[in-house]
Design a protein around this ligand. Structure first.
Ligand SMILES: *Cc1c(COP(=O)(O)O)cnc(C)c1O
Length: 367
């Protein structure tokens, strides 16, 4: 018989993930504000650990990530036995999908949620279900209404990407409480370090049996290129996820660099502080020149234009000024540009370019 090679159902429905543009043809000196990377780079201590790890590349890494999990436990005041580390938080999200969803089940994400969620659902043959948001904010009641007996996972990005908005703790707790018995709430807290005073879901994980939180070294810690993330959940769920984790999923280089980055609190705190200052400045100036944005709890702001044409025209103007931001039409926000908060000079440069586009003047004062 002639072979008939076919992938599993769902896989051909996946549209390839689109990353932020990082270069403009034929132009150097580009300001990249399209991928929410850390504008200050990363910790010098992380750099030292990375370089030192080059001496032992012939050795396999440990399989239990013990030192990194211990550091995570210390810094966050949580139980390291209930932490799992992955190749970016993306891999931890993938473990959850693989272990708990499959053909005949449903995976809920929200209208403007992270593009990876429907990809992960389809990859395991599950059906992704998109739930509308209200004014770019997650609607807990709408999610609860969308739940069925087939629901296995609800992915919540909090704070949201690309919206930058954030649900209060009581709302997240109400969501967890209202889920059907077989559903897990996955709180993707990739940006929560920028929302000062919030725990990303730690208390909720500890109070319940159906909540998993994911975190990343890609945003605040500036290690997106190295790919390290982690999850925190009930022991039963973490034990399940560890069964499908490849034993050597993280290299020693990844593990020691992440640990050094996490322990350098000075660098992290400085980045949080600068981000808050320039995020407020940028949002304030944009509002003054007639570009609306919601208060952001992240390291980016979502700039709203009159319509898609104006957003595209502004995007083109920014590109002509060698500035790359993210048009987020594929997140259901065609009239919006997502702009990473950079350092002072980056923020000034992008705001001035948008003001130029709007024909408006920017007030110089920093609040
Ligand atoms: C950037 C981001 C992540 C982090 O992904 P990594 O795989 O850890 O780099 C996760 N979720 C959201 C919503 C993000 O924007």
């Amino acid at each position: 018989m002639a072979p008939k090679i076919e992938p599993q159902p769902g896989i051909m429905d996946i549209a390839l993930y689109q990353g932020g543009q990082s270069a403009l043809p034929g132009q150097g000196d580009v300001l990249k504000l399209s991928s929410n990377e850390n504008h200050y780079g990363f910790s010098d201590k992380a750099r030292e650990a990375f370089q030192k790890s080059a001496r032992t590349l012939n050795r396999y890494p440990g399989t239990d990530h013990g030192a990194l999990r211990t550091a995570i436990g210390e810094i966050h005041g949580i139980d390291p036995d209930r932490v799992i580390c992955g190749v970016g938080s993306d891999e931890v999200l993938q473990f959850v999908a693989q272990a708990y969803a499959g053909p005949g089940t449903e995976v809920i994400h929200t209208q403007h949620g992270f593009a990876m969620y429907p990809i992960l659902a389809r990859a395991v043959g599950a059906t992704p279900v998109a739930v509308p948001e209200v004014d770019r904010t997650v609607d807990v009641d709408a999610i609860l209404r969308a739940c069925t007996a087939k629901t296995r996972i609800v992915f919540l990005t909090n704070p949201g990407n690309p919206t930058g908005t954030m649900l209060p703790e009581e709302e997240v707790a109400r969501l967890a409480e209202g889920l059907p018995p077989r559903a897990i709430l996955v709180i993707d807290s990739a940006y929560v370090e920028f929302a000062e005073g919030r725990d990303g879901g730690i208390a909720l994980v500890e109070a319940r049996e159906n909540v998993v939180m994911t975190r990343t070294f890609s945003k605040l810690y500036g290690l997106g290129g190295l790919r390290i993330g982690w999850g925190y959940g009930p022991q039963t769920i973490i034990d399940v996820l560890n069964r499908i984790r490849q034993p050597f999923n993280l290299s020693d280089t990844q593990l020691v660099t992440a640990e050094a980055a996490l322990r350098d609190r000075d660098f992290a705190e400085r980045c949080v502080h600068e981000n808050a200052k320039w995020r407020a400045w940028m949002a304030g100036r944009l509002n003054e020149i007639g570009v609306d944005c919601d208060p952001s709890f992240t390291n980016f702001v979502l700039a709203r234009f009159e319509n898609e044409d104006e957003a595209l025209a502004c995007d083109a103007h920014l590109k002509s000024q060698r500035i790359i931001v993210r048009h987020v039409a594929n997140y259901g926000l065609p009239h919006c540009l997502r702009i990473t908060v950079g350092d002072e000079s980056a923020c000034r440069r992008v705001v001035h370019a948008i003001a130029q586009f709007k024909g408006a003047r920017v007030k110089e004062a920093v609040e």
